[in-house]
Design a protein around this ligand. Structure first.
Ligand code: MF3
Ligand code: CO
Ligand code: CO
Length: 258
């Protein structure tokens, strides 16, 4: 860690490794998509992701991270994030966020997406669509000299204009040599505020979008310091996440499949 608290830039060689693990992360979501159907359990999803990750020469970073017990986060309906896989079985009409982070050759690739289970209500589909577009609005604000506040501002503006709310307590982060490092990347903010985005570092953009109130409730995970969260009003929440390389001219989204 440097005196500033911000990580050092990635070398060309490190960027190659970062790109590889991020590509694997994207492929992991692609792989799990065909299994997300009514009848599958969250534990089965966890096992499939564990196997896929190891088969590709990586390890699932969530497993054992601050005592987290599983290889993936599965956040169903009103679960905002860090949902722990259990015996719950997906049913028609559910929406679920699956968040994967393989670790390979010293680097972390972090990505998540929403999946629709069978036929889903139009209102829920709209929430999911807005969450994905909000992430992309945030990403599009990344430019030389931009700040984390610029990202948050664009996300929050888009989400509130569509009648939803953004979660304030949790957000994106620096990622690369560490799973979570500086800077914090909020889903709300003011233009020009926050940390300046520095070239050749990676961040995640991962807004959590609530259909109702932005208030969330924190829950303990046994034997872990990681918390999981649910909306206070029980209404659904949606989230998408990419890992982005900040460059000297803009950005490169690393967690896209080919
Ligand atoms: N992947 C999550 C994120 O986007 C972090 C999960 S930490 C865990 O930052 F321990 F819950 F896995
Ligand atoms: Co993340
Ligand atoms: Co993640």
């Amino acid at each position: 860690m440097r005196a500033s608290g911000l990580p050092a830039p990635l070398s060309a060689d490190e960027i190659v490794k970062m790109k590889a693990v991020c590509k694997l992360a994207a492929r992991t979501l692609e792989h799990i998509s065909s299994y997300v159907k009514p009848g599958i359990s969250l534990n089965e999803i966890d096992q499939i992701i564990y196997d896929f990750t190891l088969t590709h020469g990586a390890t699932p970073a969530p497993l054992g991270y601050h005592g987290y017990p599983k290889s993936v986060c599965t956040s169903l309906n009103d679960v905002v994030c860090h949902g722990v896989p259990d015996k719950s079985i997906l049913k028609e009409g559910d929406i679920i966020n699956i968040d994967v982070t393989p670790f390979k050759d010293g680097f972390f690739g972090d990505t998540s997406a929403m999946f629709l289970v069978g036929q889903v209500d139009e209102t829920l589909k709209h929430l999911v669509q807005i969450a994905e577009m909000a992430r992309d609005k945030g990403i599009e604000s990344i430019a030389p000299g931009a700040t984390t506040g610029d990202i948050g501002f664009e996300i929050n503006k888009f989400v509130t204009r569509n009648g939803y709310t953004t979660v304030k307590e949790i957000g994106g982060h620096g990622v690369g040599r560490m799973f979570h490092e500086e800077p914090f990347v909020p889903s709300f903010g003011k233009k020009g505020r926050g940390d300046k985005l520095l070239p050749w570092r990676c961040i995640t953009v991962e807004p959590m979008v609530n259909m109702g109130s932005d208030e969330i409730i924190e829950y303990d995970i046994p034997r872990s310091t990681i918390k999981w969260y649910r909306t206070a009003d029980g209404k659904p929440s949606a989230q998408f996440e990419h890992t982005i390389l900040v460059t000297d001219s803009g950005y490169d989204i690393l967690t896209l499949p080919d």
